[in-house]
Write a protein that binds this ligand. Structure first.
Ligand code: NAD
Length: 247
């Protein structure tokens, strides 16, 4: 992973909470932030043991919190656990679900995906907000999707609606975070090879850069949005899709 080589102390002393850190984009992001010196709290519904193992091999600092994004109380507890001293500088909200669904999804699928991806991410941001404000240099990066713009593809309507809703959430908090130094942005990945999309028929030849994305391809732009270099960037959606869609 490129995160292994991108070592610096840029985020030294900062605490980052990364949801979905057990796998895929969240795991790569945890490594990318740790490689820049942050203490990374890896939050997921499944054990983040592998991510933490790699992170420590890197010489990074991290810890783990187990939580369920679809449960508001669990989200609030996770944020409290992530910031035992009250310090939290960075939130990367990468956890999410989707079902390869038909045009007309069931009510259950709709409720589950909206409740997890949209309401759960809102609950995470809301719980983290006082800590980010206290930080004075808070950064939030929400992982949305190209599907929020283009619709269709392999997931049901609730998935794309949840990801479009996240963009409204990001813009709302970006406006309100400005005076407190909090920058709130999103990344919108295209086709990234992770367990989330395993088995789906993606055609690399149809992607202008000629390959599927890898988790690091998204983690590095996220790390940029968490950096000082992005201190004048807020309310933005960074499209990370190999040229499939220009945003
Ligand atoms: N892979 C892609 O092509 C792609 C494209 C666009 C957007 N995304 C988004 O990127 C994000 C990360 O996905 P990924 O591709 O790395 O998939 P992934 O399946 O590898 O990672 C998702 C992580 O979220 C965790 N998670 C799921 N439900 C949870 C819950 N209720 N509570 C806590 N954690 C939960 C999973 O355990 C997993 O570790 C997702 O939000 C996804 O919608 C992915």
């Amino acid at each position: 992973m490129s995160a292994l080589t991108a070592t610096s102390s840029e985020l030294s002393g900062q605490v980052a909470l990364v949801t979905g850190a057990a796998s895929g984009i969240g795991a790569a992001t945890a490594l990318a932030l740790a490689a820049r010196g942050a203490h990374v709290v890896c939050a997921d519904i499944q054990p983040a043991t592998a991510t933490l193992g790699k992170l420590r091999e890197l010489g990074g600092e991290g810890s783990e919190v187990r939580f369920d994004l679809s449960d508001r109380d669990s989200v609030a507890r996770a944020v409290t656990q992530a910031a035992p001293t009250g310090r939290l500088d960075i939130l990367v909200a990468a956890a999410g679900i989707g079902f390869s669904g038909p045009l007309l999804s069931s009510d259950d699928d709709w409720d589950r995906v909206i409740n997890t991806n949209l309401s759960g991410t809102f609950a995470t941001l809301r719980a983290a907000w006082p800590h980010l404000r206290a930080s004075g240099q808070g950064r939030v990066v929400v992982v949305t999707s190209m599907g929020a713009y283009r619709g269709g593809f392999h997931f049901g309507p609730e998935y794309n609606a949840s990801k479009a809703g996240l963009i409204g959430l990001v813009r709302h908090y970006a406006l309100h975070g400005g005076p407190d130094g909090i920058k709130v942005n999103a990344v919108a990945p295209g086709f990234i090879e992770t367990p989330f999309v395993a088995g789906l028929p993606y055609d690399a030849a149809a992607i202008p850069v000629g390959r599927l994305g890898q988790p690091d391809d998204v983690a590095e732009p996220i790390a940029f949005l968490c950096s000082q270099a992005a201190s004048y960037v807020t309310g933005a959606v960074l499209h990370v899709n190999g040229g499939v869609f220009f945003g």
